[in-house]
Design a protein around this ligand. Structure first.
Ligand code: GDP
Length: 301
């Protein structure tokens, strides 16, 4: 995972360590670092911010002889990465679900994202995670457009023994979402997971459809699903949903196959919303809580 981004970080640390920190040498090293970040799918605004900050820190740095320069540079890089994640906070999903349950209210989560990003699989993984954490779930099959979407989500749900609420194709997704909530209230189900459609990111109708679901069911949490392999497309999709419906956090999928690693940084920096979980494989247990510290450590070590 993330070999490319890791490579960019370690090359910079090595390059700086081998030279005196003159401005010219530093600029050369940072230029190469910028290129490597771009190749790792780090968005341009993040590249500029990170390298600008680093330059200031490294230029003013006086390294004690006994200290390993490479280690000091790595520490600065680690700090840069952590500062991007620490600015956006976090959402403790389990605590929020517990609070809702204590009030006797179902906790409603709407999943947003473009087709093919792994949304349906992620809804199933999330249902599995909720069940394993001791909560009952119902899935609302809110993608009533894409052929096969209702069968797909139902098949996933059957495999993990989760209930699905669905209507026919062409039905109003907001009505399906509301049915899911009504079912949860009637049967004292703890969590409602609302799958949604994901036609073309530029489709105005899709954004209106998502806004309608939000108005009708007022989700407690809106989660954007981004494909870590989609590069800058994932960032522009995140920006679009952020603008039209807003979201509270993101799940990055297919991280197990991602050799670059820029998506987490870019989406967080651009939308100012935290990454909550990572999809790390195709089975239902392959959903990991995102840990910013572990992510930063893995890049510099
Ligand atoms: P949707 O169109 O967004 O609902 O996408 P799907 O849920 O159908 O997923 C598209 C493909 O991505 C499927 O083949 C999934 O098995 C695969 N997929 C989803 N999440 C992951 C993941 O975390 N890792 C890997 N390797 N594949 C994933």
């Amino acid at each position: 995972m993330f070999e490319k981004l890791r490579g960019a970080f370690s090359s910079l640390a090595k390059a700086v360590a081998e030279k005196k920190l003159s401005e010219k040498d530093l600029d050369d090293s940072l230029y190469n670092f910028q290129l490597a970040l771009m190749e790792s799918d780090v968005a341009q605004n993040v590249v500029e911010s990170v390298t600008g900050d680093l330059k200031k820190q490294l230029l003013g740095m006086s390294v004690e002889r006994s200290k390993d320069v490479e280690e000091v540079v790595k520490e600065k890089l680690r700090g840069e990465v952590l500062s991007i994640f620490s600015q956006v906070g976090d959402v403790d999903v389990l605590a929020r679900v517990k609070e809702s349950k204590a009030k006797g209210e179902p906790f409603k989560i709407l999943f947003l994202g473009i087709n093919g990003t792994g949304k349906t699989t992620t809804v199933a993984k999330f249902a599995n995670y909720m069940k394993k954490s001791g909560f009952s779930v119902v899935i609302a099959a809110g993608d009533t457009h894409r052929a096969g979407a209702i069968e797909q989500v139902t098949e996933h749900a059957n495999r993990i023994s989760a209930k699905v609420v669905a209507q026919r194709y062409g039905a109003d997704p907001a009505a399906v979402a509301r049915d899911g909530v009504l079912y949860a209230k009637a049967h004292h189900v703890d969590v409602v997971l609302i799958d949604s459609a994901g036609r073309m990111q530029t489709n105005q109708n899709l954004m209106e459809e998502m806004s309608k679901i939000v108005r009708v069911v007022t989700p407690d949490l809106k989660i954007f699903i981004g494909d870590s392999l989609a590069g800058n497309d994932a960032v522009s999709q995140a920006e679009l949903f952020s603008k039209y419906t807003g979201f509270d956090g993101a799940i990055l999928t297919k991280v197990d196959a991602d050799s670059k690693g820029g998506a987490a940084l870019s989406i967080t920096f651009t939308t100012k919303r935290p990454i909550l979980f990572l999809g790390v494989g195709q089975s239902y247990d392959d959903l990991k809580r995102f840990d910013a510290k572990a992510f930063a450590d893995s890049l510099v070590n």
